[in-house]
Design a protein around this ligand. Structure first.
Ligand code: SAM
Length: 353
């Protein structure tokens, strides 16, 4: 195992689960963590230079039929003040974003049954018709294959659906019995099959997670080969059953970003809001570890606090679309720069690196 870290770096993540577990342990040594981070930055620069892509996030509904134990907008939370944006409001968000320079819109929401296929398809068509030069990403949870197919045909380009954890028992610890890891994975494979640029991911430090679960997440990512990977620290929400659980670690999240950059060198990897929420310089640390995307908030000011997934979620300053100048300055201060392109990412031919 002495050369495990070097082997991981050389083989771009082709190691087994036990070895990933050992790798994470080894990365507790600063020298090993630094070595992995340097390689992650080298690969990130090779494929993306110093560009940081921006995505405008529109949180368009916080109604949700699911009962995920970690999430502040889960169906059991009677204290959540629910809202749903109209098509006009969503288009206004996009318009504001377009004027600011955004060329990707991410429509994210709870699994809101009001958005039948007919309504969601209509929404996708409206956004794509108004902004044909922009990429449209959806993040609205599990739907049927037919529904995904319709959304793809209507023009949606990308889909974010975190797998949350690749270990069955751990999935059961985070979700009620009516949700399953098998269903989640099936959705992800269907999305890929339909040609969506697909994003998986997980929270770091969710209750019950150890290096073993994280190692399984990494093996699953290697197998799925998603184009995007969203990871961020778990942060408790006061009105959930996980209210008293400790938050995940910024340090470990940042190390995992480097590991994921190596195992999926061309991936689009956001430095997430949760990372920025836990540490003032969280976003910068994410970028310096190999991330290449930021997702400022384009939702209407009146609703931002209501999309409360966890306590103290950032939605102002550099986290808000209006704070783009500040965000740009902060990226420049660490040697990177915001890109105004659609940012579809690069496709790697096989494993040629
Ligand atoms: N309903 C869609 C879905 O489940 O994919 C999209 C919305 S969901 C709220 C978006 C992501 O928020 C989840 O995948 C989860 O990883 C993250 N999230 C929820 N609660 C969180 C918490 N307490 N701390 C950190 N991230 C959280």
């Amino acid at each position: 195992m002495a050369d495990l870290v070097e082997r991981f770096v050389k083989d771009h993540g082709l190691i087994c689960r036990e070895e990933y577990q050992e790798l994470l342990k080894r990365m507790e040594e600063p020298a090993a963590a630094r070595y992995v981070q340097d390689e992650a930055v080298r690969l990130r620069k090779k494929y993306y230079g110093e560009r940081v892509y921006i995505r405008g996030l529109v949180e368009f509904t916080n109604y949700c039929r699911n009962g995920c134990f970690y999430c502040g907008i889960n169906r059991e939370n009677r204290r959540a003040v629910r809202y749903r944006l109209s098509t006009e409001e969503i288009l206004e968000c996009c318009e504001r974003g377009w004027k600011l320079g955004f060329r990707t819109f991410v429509l994210q929401g709870g699994e809101d049954p009001w958005f039948t296929d007919e309504r969601l398809l209509g929404l996708v068509r409206s956004v794509k018709e108004a902004y044909p030069d922009c990429a449209l990403t959806l993040s609205v949870g599990e739907r049927s294959f037919e529904s995904y197919r319709g959304l793809r045909k209507a023009g949606a380009d990308r889909y974010l659906l975190r797998h949350e954890t690749a270990e069955e028992a751990h999935y059961g610890r985070l979700h009620p019995a009516d949700m399953s890891l098998a269903a989640r994975k099936q959705c992800l494979y269907q999305l890929k099959r339909l040609g969506f640029q697909t994003g998986a991911g997980f929270m770091v430090g969710s209750p019950g997670q150890t290096y073993r679960e994280l190692a399984s997440d990494l093996v699953f990512l290697k197998e799925l080969q998603p184009e995007m990977v969203g990871i961020g620290p778990f942060i408790p929400h006061c009105d959930t059953s996980f209210a008293k659980e400790p938050a995940g670690s910024v340090e470990l999240t940042v190390k995992l970003l480097s590991v994921i950059r190596i195992l999926l060198p061309a991936a689009l990897l956001p430095a997430t809001t949760a990372l920025g929420t836990l540490a003032l310089d969280g976003r910068e640390r994410g970028i310096l570890a190999g991330a290449n995307v930021v997702m400022p908030n384009l939702s209407p000011g009146k609703n931002r606090k209501q999309y409360s997934l966890y306590d103290n979620k950032l939605c102002e300053g550099a986290e808000a679309a209006e704070g783009l100048l500040e965000l740009g300055r902060r990226m420049e201060a660490i040697g990177y720069g915001l890109s105004m392109e659609r940012g579809d990412g690069v496709q790697l031919p096989g494993r040629e690196l």
